[in-house]
Design a protein. Sequence first.
Length: 127
Amino acid sequence: MTTRKIEALVRYWQEILQLQEWKIEVEVIPAEHISGDRLLADIDRDYSMLHATLTIASQRDPAELSSTVLHELLHLVLAGLVTQHRYIAGLLGTEAEQLANKEEQTEQERIVRKLERAIRKLQKEKD
């Protein structure tokens, strides 16, 4: 999948999710270069600058690519909430902050997956 096609998908979902104020860059890299648990894609974001970089594996199945881009952009929808949570968690002290951040990440992923499934279902019903 070319970077240009992925960028087109980003713009498509960016408009639908009303994220036009975000500057989103796309970085396509070989899957073996994606570190840690980031197996398919990841989005790094700077909420204060409204800037994000979507890193996505070049070997992605084209049929799954749109869902992957949607999933990652949904994390931007939650970015303000996540930023505020992490600020407040930082006031708790190291151990409590780590626990709060772990729980936030788990819940954020659950919410993103639910939203992704709902949007895909609505999209299928529309077609």
